[in-house]
Design a protein around this ligand. Structure first.
Ligand code: ADP
Ligand code: DP6
Ligand code: CO
Length: 341
């Protein structure tokens, strides 16, 4: 029997109001809504191929060229859920019964706090969905691979509505990708190696041990409303303040976890100080930051300020870190730091 396959990509998304904590570990029902911005497909993304192979051939899964365990509960759950929905929708069962091979490549650091699980499971869901001809919303399926992945199914600003069941925990677009064209992102790769404690384990530990966590959960609904309004009005100051404060609160919760989770490092802290100093010197709030579960900074500003911000950040921070420390998001640019020294 001949093989047939499909290759698709999915971009990362950057959480402005963070997801951190589950009510249900298997169905991945979060403790709170979250809201993110999905980067363009041309930027940081996962590219995943899914193909059926002849009966008798072994099902396999590769990540970045390395064979992984297809029995891993998350990837297996996604494959099973896609097949289940495809069956209900009438896909030929002989196709669904064939072994499957999945291969995925990230064009950015994996497990380093740059949302690889989001891009990875969104791409796997999209590729498997296309392979088996699944129609309709894929965010519910991507969610069971990795919670944040449900937000990478749509572009632009996306809200994951926590819900309370597998059916109503879905991601919805709150504004399309072209809503705020002047908004630009600058990703600073402070450290590309995998984090010591993965997000799944980290948030489990937080739920079990952080006395501050209930206060955070209670504070999220107002933040979601406020940031949605700020996005709709393209109010940079409000959006940036809410985003920076939520990032800081998330990392405070990580420190309140026991044993504590140190996702940011000294360079991350210096970048935060720099952004506040820069805004003060400029006399207005023109740059913001947010950090996921890792030391790498996601900075944002508006188009008119982008080149200067990128140049200054690279000049100040790129010593001794990765060569492609600063990744300007669209249009591609490479800063020559030596010009500034
Ligand atoms: P990150 O901050 O990068 O999202 P996580 O700890 O949330 O880190 O998740 C990292 C894990 O996500 C990896 O160890 C791997 O299991 C999974 N993952 C990452 N990239 C992919 C991919 N392209 N396809 C499938 N799974 C992936
Ligand atoms: C800090 O989605 O990676 O990036 O659902 O266990 O796979 P799992 O966790 P994951 O957690 C992401 C946490 C975060 C914030 C966010 O993306 O909202
Ligand atoms: Co992740």
């Amino acid at each position: 029997m001949s093989s047939s396959g499909v290759t698709l990509t999915a971009p990362v998304n950057i959480a402005l109001i963070k997801y951190w904590g589950k009510l249900d570990e298997t169905a991945i029902i979060p403790t709170n809504d979250s809201l993110s911005f999905t980067l363009s497909q041309d930027d940081m993304c996962a590219t995943t191929t899914a193909m059926t192979v002849a009966r008798g051939v072994k099902s396999k899964f590769w990540l970045n060229g390395k064979e992984m365990d297809l029995g891993h509960p998350r990837i297996r759950a996604v494959v099973e859920e896609v097949r289940k929905i495809a069956k209900v929708q009438g896909t030929d069962e002989t196709l669904l019964d064939l072994p499957v091979r999945i291969a995925s490549i990230n064009n950015f650091p994996t497990a380093a706090g740059l949302a690889s699980s989001a891009a990875g499971y969104a791409a796997a869901t999209a590729a498997l969905g296309a392979l088996y001809g699944v129609k309709g919303d894929l965010s519910r399926i991507a969610r069971i691979g990795s919670g944040s992945a449900c937000r990478s199914i749509s572009g632009g600003f996306v809200r994951w509505i926590a819900g309370s069941t597998s059916e109503d925990s879905i991601a919805v677009q709150v504004a399309p990708e072209n809503h705020w064209p002047s908004l630009r992102w600058l990703i600073c790769v402070v450290r590309a190696t995998p984090k010591a404690v993965g997000s799944t384990e980290g948030m489990r530990r937080t739920i079990q041990t952080s006395p501050l966590m209930p206060a955070r959960i209670a504070s999220v609904p107002d933040k979601i409303s406020a940031i949605t309004k700020a996005i709709q009005e393209r109010n940079f100051r409000a959006m940036a303040e809410l985003t920076m404060q939520d990032s800081n609160q998330f990392h405070a919760i990580c420190l309140d976890t026991f044993p504590p989770l140190f996702y940011m490092n000294d360079v991350s802290h210096r970048i935060i100080d720099f952004v506040h100093d820069y805004n003060r010197v400029k006399g207005s709030l023109i740059a913001g930051y947010t950090f996921d579960a890792g030391p790498n900074a996601c900075l944002f500003t508006e188009q008119e300020n982008f080149d200067e911000l990128a140049s200054v950040v690279e000049a100040l921070f790129s010593d001794g870190v990765e060569t492609d420390f600063v990744k300007g998001m669209k249009p591609e640019r490479k800063v020559d730091a030596s010009k500034l020294l």
